[in-house]
Design a binder for this molecule. Structure first.
Ligand code: CO
Length: 468
């Protein structure tokens, strides 16, 4: 029998699973009652913060994301907490100055995060440096995630080189982040075994069930030596989410990769989440459509979310008959823009430009602000050079930048702090405001109103007018 190498598991039910299936709407109140049991499982980590949870908490749930993190930290006494962090974008949609990135990392760790998974949509390592260094300074675990994609540029050599760079940058581990479920089982064997020969730091695999192959991909990846896999408790697994935790645990039982996790305990946790899933189905928050296999992601090699965006953009322009033209245009635009991985925000940029090119009847007759920014180097360096002719057509004689984009952004934390000073009740508020100024302001107003209500109730009670 081979040497024992228990597979480690990152549980995603509190972050990616509900982000992928129910638009990130799981509330803190729904999470807290099960934390105690989850803490006893022995997960490698629980992913519970970052990604879209921050925006969704403030915007839709009227919750303070920092408060959620502190409550989860209180409950998880033994388990490492993990977050997803979009490099120089933090959790927002633009490039921030280094002082904001550093402060966000510092506060994330101070409030309870152990492992920060940091990625960039172009895999431009310069966009990760600041966050990685900050995480290490704060004694956190800095994991660099590579956005996995297919294309001419993405050879085994490319992944090897970049993995080596990641190790040299001082990252504590590497994650392969396969947003669309493009990594098929036998490719996983090749990729993971090559990487295990290349680097010494642990390798984690993150994929989505969208294309239907994810559990098999994990099986082959584990056999090839991957150290950690991301899974979700069964009520929030499969479809556009991750493979089910219980299924992967059972798969490796009695093998050298046995995780040792207790199926009975996992079953109790699944029992807790099942009514939450059923309620989401009943209200329509969970659309049964996202639970199936979407084989188009494999056919067209684009994430499912990008296809549905494209369909609605075409509908708005009364051009639904152009669906297949746009599908053909997407890989061409991607090539023009240096063949980036298709993940937020590059997926939206490529998709929207492809729609424009087709609908306008002339390629790049109109270019979006974002396409211009990409071709001006403002998102960073792409794996392949831009198409020079297209670049000239879109940005004219403007000189593209070649430095790390954030080098051109002056420190901005003090200015932001001044801007939102009237709302600040805790240090972290300035970060909520920095990321989502309007949404955070709305939330701060709501928070004040709630507090006034409570004060009023107390005053009423003291006046003896409280209804008995
Ligand atoms: Co994901």
């Amino acid at each position: 029998m081979a040497e024992k190498k228990p597979i480690k598991i990152t549980e995603t039910v509190l972050r990616d699973a509900h982000q992928s299936l129910i638009a990130t709407r799981m509330t803190t109140e729904q999470m807290l009652p099960i934390v105690d049991k989850m803490d006893k499982v022995g997960y490698h980590s629980v992913e519970c913060w970052g990604g879209a949870t921050f925006d969704a908490s403030l915007r839709f749930l009227k919750e303070d994301p920092w408060e959620r993190l502190r409550k989860l930290r209180d409950g998880f006494k033994n388990t490492k907490l993990q977050m997803l962090f979009r490099g120089q974008n933090i959790l927002g949609y633009r490039h921030y100055a280094d002082d904001v990135v550093e402060y966000f990392v510092q506060k994330s760790i101070a409030n309870g995060i152990d492992i920060i998974r940091i990625f960039d949509c172009l895999n431009d390592m310069r966009n990760l440096e600041c966050a990685v260094n900050a995480a290490k300074k704060e004694k956190g675990h800095a994991q660099i995630a590579l956005s996995y994609t297919l294309g001419d540029a993405y050879t085994l050599e490319y992944w090897k080189d970049i993995a080596k760079k990641i190790e040299d940058m001082g990252a504590d581990s590497i994650c392969f982040k396969d947003m669309a479920g493009l990594l098929v089982p036998y490719q996983a064997t090749e990729l993971i075994s090559t990487l295990k020969e290349t680097v010494h730091i642990p390798i984690q695999l993150h994929t989505h069930y969208t294309s239907g192959v994810a559990s098999m991909t994990y099986l082959k990846a584990v056999e090839a030596g991957v150290d950690v896999i991301d899974t979700a408790m069964s009520p929030f697994a499969m479809g556009t989410s991750q493979p089910a935790t219980e299924v992967m645990v059972e798969t490796f039982k009695g093998t050298p990769y046995d995780s040792g996790l207790d199926q009975n305990l996992l079953a109790e946790i699944a029992d807790y989440f099942r009514p939450i899933q059923e309620e989401a189905l009943a209200t329509g928050l969970l659309n049964p459509k996202v639970m199936g296999v979407n084989i188009k992601t494999l056919l067209y090699q684009v994430p499912g979310g990008m296809l549905s965006n494209m369909v609605s953009q075409l509908k708005e322009q009364n051009a639904s008959d152009k669906y297949y033209d746009v599908l053909e245009e997407i890989p061409k635009v991607r090539k023009d823009l240096g063949e980036p991985p298709l993940v937020t925000p590059s997926s939206q940029i490529v998709g929207t430009q492809a729609v424009l090119n087709v609908v306008m009847g002339e390629r790049y007759k109109m270019a979006t602000k974002e396409t211009k920014a990409v071709l001006s180097g403002e998102y960073g360096q792409t794996v392949k050079p831009f198409d020079e002719e297209i670049q000239k057509k879109v940005i004219g004689d403007k000189e593209p930048i070649t430095c790390r984009p954030a080098d051109l952004i002056e420190n901005e934390l003090d200015k932001i702090r001044q801007e939102c000073s009237e709302w600040i009740e805790q240090d972290e508020d300035v970060l909520s405001y920095a990321l989502f100024p309007q949404v955070a302001t709305e939330f701060f107003k709501y928070r004040n109103a709630q507090k006034n209500k409570v004060d009023q109730n107390v005053a009423d009670t003291e006046n003896g007018s409280y209804p008995v």
